[in-house]
Design a protein around this ligand. Structure first.
Ligand SMILES: Cc1ncc(COP(=O)(O)O)c(C=O)c1O
Length: 232
């Protein structure tokens, strides 16, 4: 991994030093100050904690390795790590535009980029700290826009859809999947015809690369022909 890090286009060692210097330079504009004694940790103490951490981190799967394909996880690119560490040295709060003006603006830009990636010209959104919360918020919108209707999700969908439906007290309907992990569109169509479903979520399965896997020629593609329902 060491050599991989070195070979990466961004030299993480160089840029992490630059990150600390850049934030220190910015902080110096606010004048000198004394750190609270509770923050003082000796190098010896920290070395012990650091050794314990790095030792325990060996109990991990080699997510970084090209031959590891157990999950979609990969370590972020060194450029992203440097960006994260740099920003963490400030730790701004994005709860409102005035909580962390720079990063709140960046959040808006990221949302615009994501919307563009999915082909949405007009959009409204924000970053969340987890997939669970993203699903909860999306299903909340589904409930508010389609009150009294339920949600259809594939049998292979992440368990949060069923759980969040329970939390929001919305009926959830499981749709069977085919051999590729894609939602059985005929079964989905039958379900939509009952008039009980307002939203269809997770028609495919990202682990198998089959998310959004509607065959283009399918007449039963939800939201296209046949019974309509928004998709999340
Ligand atoms: C589709 C989907 N929803 C929800 C989650 C849960 O995300 P988190 O653990 O960030 O809450 C995952 C996590 O893998 C996911 O893939």
């Amino acid at each position: 991994m060491g050599s991989l890090m070195r070979e990466a286009a961004v030299d993480i060692r160089y840029w992490l030093e630059r990150a600390v210097a850049a934030v220190e330079e910015w902080a110096a504009e606010y004048g000198p100050y004394q750190l609270h004694p509770s923050l003082s940790v000796s190098d010896e103490e920290f070395a012990e904690a650091f050794a314990a951490l790095t030792g325990r981190l060996h109990d991990n799967y080699p997510f970084f390795h090209p031959r590891y394909a157990g999950q979609m996880l990969k370590p972020p690119h060194p450029a992203a790590v440097v960006g994260y560490v740099t920003t963490m040295l400030i730790n701004p709060n994005n709860h409102a535009l005035d909580g962390g003006p720079a990063t709140a603006q960046m959040e808006k830009e990221v949302i615009t980029d994501l919307a563009r990636m999915f082909g949405f010209a007009t959009h409204m959104g924000h970053l969340t700290s987890s997939g669970t919360i993203a699903n909860l918020e999306a299903l909340f919108v589904a409930r508010e826009t389609h009150p009294d209707l339920g949600v259809a999700y594939s049998a292979d969908a992440h368990y949060t859809h069923a759980r969040m439906c329970q939390l929001l007290r919305m009926p959830g309907f499981v749709v069977p999947v085919n051999g590729q992990g894609r939602m059985d569109l005929a079964a989905c169509e039958d379900l939509l015809r009952t008039g009980k479903v307002g939203t269809v979520v997770l028609a495919g399965r990202r682990c198998r690369g089959s998310a959004l896997g509607y065959p283009e020629d399918s007449s039963s593609r939800p939201g296209r022909a046949g019974p309509r329902a928004p998709r999340h």
